[in-house]
Design a protein around this ligand. Structure first.
Ligand SMILES: [Mn+2]
Length: 356
C-alpha cells in the first residue's frame, strides 16, 4: 500500500542537507540571478503531472519573492489528481500556455524539447530546474538540477532555504503535493531521505493533519481512469523523447488490481499504433505498473523496439530488480521508475545504435 511508506517519513529527520544546485549567482543586488526585468514564465512539461504544475507555481512564487515579474503557466490540461489536490487547498490552477515563442522562460520538471510547449526552441530559457536526466535542453542559460531529488519540488524547497525566502502555507502545500505525487507517497524506490526531510518540515506549515489519509485520497484520483477512453489512458502520463536520431515515447499506466494487468496490456497494445502514427514516432514503450503486485509490465512497439527493450531491460544486473521476457512484454519486479531506470538505460542502448 502506497501510504505505508509515509509512516516512516517522520523518522527521516536527518540533518537538513542542501541539495547541490549549480550556477547560481549570489550577489545581493536587485537582480539575484541576473534574469533581468522582463516578464518570466515558469512552465513544466506537456501532459502535466502534479509536480509539473505545482513546481512551476512554487518557483514563480520564489522568483516573485526575489523581485521578478513572473507567472506560472501549464503546458496542458490538468489530470484528476492535480485538480483534486489544488481544489482541496482552494488553489487556482495556472492558465494554459500554448506557445513559448520569444518568451523568457524558466523550465521546471523536464529538460526535453519534445516534452515542452510549441515554440520552446525560440524561447529564451533562463534556467532549467529539474530532477530528470538532462535531455535535449543543453542550451539553457543556467541549470538548477539534482537528479537524486524525488521531485522538482524538493529542489525548489532547498532554493527557498538557500535564498532565505519564507515558505508560506500555500507554498508548503504546493511543494508537498509535487513531492507526494512524484514519489508515490515517499516510496523508497522513488525518493530518498532528502524528500522525507522536506515533507517532514512542510506538513504542519501546509496545515495537513493526517498526511497518510490525504495521500491515499490523492492516489485514488491518480489511479482513476473513470470516463476515459483507452487512447486517453495511454496519453494520460506519457513523455516524448528525441535521442540519437530516434523519436520515441514512454507511457506510464497504473492498474490498482493485479487481475486488470492482462486486460490493460491488450487495451494499450490496441491504441499504441495510432499514438505512434499521430506523433510520428520510431517506436514507443508503455509501462503498466500494478501497485499490489509491485511489478511493471513493459510493452514495446515499433521498429527495433523489441531489440532495444531486450538490450536495455533484460539481464540488467541491478540489485533487487528482476526482469523476465514474457509473451510480448518484459516483466519487471519490483515496479521500476521511468525516470530512474527506463529512460537512462534505453538512451544508452540508443546511443550505441545511433541513427546518424
Ligand atoms: Mn513531471
Amino acid at each position: 500500500m502506497k501510504f505505508n511508506y509515509l509512516r516512516n517519513f517522520a523518522l527521516g529527520a536527518v540533518a537538513l542537507c542542501s541539495l547541490a544546485s549549480c550556477e547560481k549567482e549570489d550577489d545581493s543586488n536587485s537582480d539575484p540571478f541576473n534574469f533581468g526585468d522582463s516578464k518570466i514564465v515558469v512552465i513544466g512539461h506537456k501532459v502535466p503531472d502534479t509536480d509539473a504544475v505545482t513546481s512551476a507555481m512554487a518557483y514563480a512564487i520564489f522568483l516573485r519573492s526575489l523581485g521578478y515579474d513572473c507567472e506560472a503557466r501549464v503546458a496542458g490540461a490538468l489530470n484528476k489528481e492535480t485538480m483534486f489536490a489544488l481544489d482541496t487547498f482552494g488553489i487556482k490552477a495556472p492558465e494554459l500556455l500554448t506557445s513559448a515563442d520569444n518568451l523568457n522562460v524558466v523550465i521546471v520538471d523536464h529538460s526535453e524539447y519534445a516534452q515542452s510547449v510549441n515554440g520552446m526552441r525560440n524561447a529564451n530559457i533562463l534556467r532549467v530546474v529539474d530532477n530528470h536526466l538532462l535531455g535535449s535542453m543543453t542550451d539553457a542559460a543556467s541549470y538548477d538540477t539534482t537528479r537524486s531529488a524525488g521531485s522538482t519540488c524538493t529542489i525548489i524547497y532547498y532554493d527557498f532555504k538557500e535564498m532565505d525566502v519564507t515558505i508560506t502555507k500555500e507554498t508548503a502545500q504546493l511543494l508537498l503535493l509535487g513531492i507526494l505525487s512524484d514519489t508515490g507517497g515517499l516510496k523508497p524506490t522513488k525518493s530518498n531521505s532528502k524528500d522525507s526531510v522536506v515533507v517532514n518540515d512542510l506538513v504542519s506549515v501546509a496545515g495537513i493533519t493526517d498526511l497518510a489519509a490525504f495521500y491515499t485520497r490523492m492516489s485514488e484520483f491518480a489511479d482513476s481512469y473513470d470516463g476515459m477512453t483507452d487512447a486517453e489512458i495511454l496519453a494520460s502520463d506519457i513523455k516524448d523523447y528525441e535521442r540519437a536520431g530516434y523519436k520515441y515515447s514512454v507511457a506510464n499506466v497504473d492498474v490498482d488490481r493485479d487481475d486488470y494487468l492482462e486486460d490493460m496490456r491488450n487495451r494499450m497494445l490496441a491504441v499504441m499504433p495510432d499514438y505512434m502514427k499521430k506523433n510520428n514516432l520510431d517506436f514507443m514503450l508503455c509501462k503498466i505498473d500494478a501497485d499490489t503486485l509491485d511489478c511493471s509490465n513493459l510493452l514495446y512497439m515499433g521498429e527495433n523496439a523489441e531489440k532495444f527493450a531486450d538490450a536495455a531491460f533484460l539481464n540488467m544486473g541491478i540489485e533487487d530488480v528482476t526482469s523476465e521476457k514474457k509473451d510480448g512484454y518484459i516483466y519487471m519486479t519490483p515496479h521500476v521508475s521511468r525516470k530512474v531506470i527506463i529512460v537512462p538505460r534505453l538512451n544508452d542502448v540508443l546511443d550505441a545504435n545511433a541513427k546518424e
